[in-house]
Write a protein that binds this ligand. Structure first.
Ligand SMILES: O=C(O)CCC(=O)C(=O)O
Ligand SMILES: [Fe+2]
Length: 276
């Protein structure tokens, strides 16, 4: 397999592979690239739902997202779906999947099924680079801190989606909850430090007032925003993106109003996160 940077600081395109036909050695190689780069893109893949699942199961254990509608006959595959008539999309804010779980999802594998005529890119951000880019005084302040992440303000009955036109297509009756993770983690496979707070799901930093926590998180997010750690993945039919939720953020562009978009996501289970 051959890797080429998608952009300077984020994402790698992996060529000369078919995800449905990987050898055991290629799985091992892919695992290393995944840990090192955080987000991998593939084009021209032939990956119907059964093959999508088979590839994901070779890569890791699965976890089922409890808020998204499953694909018919494939309860382990989630639909990332936006109807023509809906104005709100899934994942349209910077986040990392399942950070509200005690054992956050290791990764996600997203396959294009039906794309809008234009728009609908997924933006990614490299949280290894984001961490490295922060000023030293801020790094010292952040290391050792813990943050609470929550699903209730997004997926709860009183949360963000419940008040939108996407609400009825999500399972907002599912249990919501909180989890605490280190603000800076050491990636279990690469050994590198990564920033592990995100604007969508991190509720607060523990051990400080709401106001202090808000100010600190805002400072961090503003600095990340000013740094070149981003890439916009332009989907094509047959494209697949797989990302490591411990070392990236992502954000789905909602710039295709009136058009339909459907992707299928399989989510890979993770483990509790260790502080850096
Ligand atoms: O639709 C997308 O581009 C990504 C949505 C999302 O956040 C996800 O699938 O985890
Ligand atoms: Fe997501």
């Amino acid at each position: 397999m051959k890797l080429t940077p998608y952009s300077e600081n984020c994402g790698m395109v992996v060529q000369d592979v078919q995800l449905a036909k990987l050898s055991d050695d290629e799985i091992v190689e892919l695992r290393a690239h995944f840990a090192e780069h955080g987000v991998l893109f593939f084009y021209d893949q032939d990956l119907p739902p059964a093959e999508h699942l088979r590839f994901a199961k070779r890569f890791g254990q699965l976890v089922v997202n409890r808020f998204f509608q499953p694909v018919e006959n494939f309860p382990e595959i989630a639909q990332v779906r936006k109807e023509k008539s809906q104005t709100t999309n899934i994942g349209g804010a910077w986040h990392t999947d399942h950070s509200y779980d005690q054992e956050p999802a290791m990764g996600s594998i997203l396959v294009a099924r039906e794309l809008p005529a234009a728009g609908g890119d997924t933006r990614f951000a490299n949280m290894y680079k984001a961490w490295e880019s922060l000023p030293d005084d801020l790094k010292v302040q952040l290391e050792g801190l813990q943050a609470e992440h929550s699903s209730s303000h997004v997926y709860g009955k009183e949360g963000y989606y419940a008040a939108t036109d996407l609400g009825e297509s999500l399972n907002l009756e599912s249990e919501v909850g909180e989890a605490v993770h280190p603000v800076v983690i050491r990636h279990p496979d690469s050994g590198k430090k990564a920033l592990y707070v995100n604007p969508g799901l991190t509720a607060r930093i523990l051990g400080m007032s709401r106001q202090e926590s808000h100010e600190l998180l805002t400072r961090v997010y503003t600095l990340v925003d000013e740094t070149d750690v981003y890439c916009d993945f332009e989907w094509q039919p047959g494209a697949v993106a797989m990302w490591d939720n411990r070392s990236t953020w992502h954000n789905a562009n909602n710039d295709y109003q009136g058009d339909f978009r459907l992707l299928h996501r399989v989510t890979l289970a993770g483990a509790p996160l260790e502080a850096a």
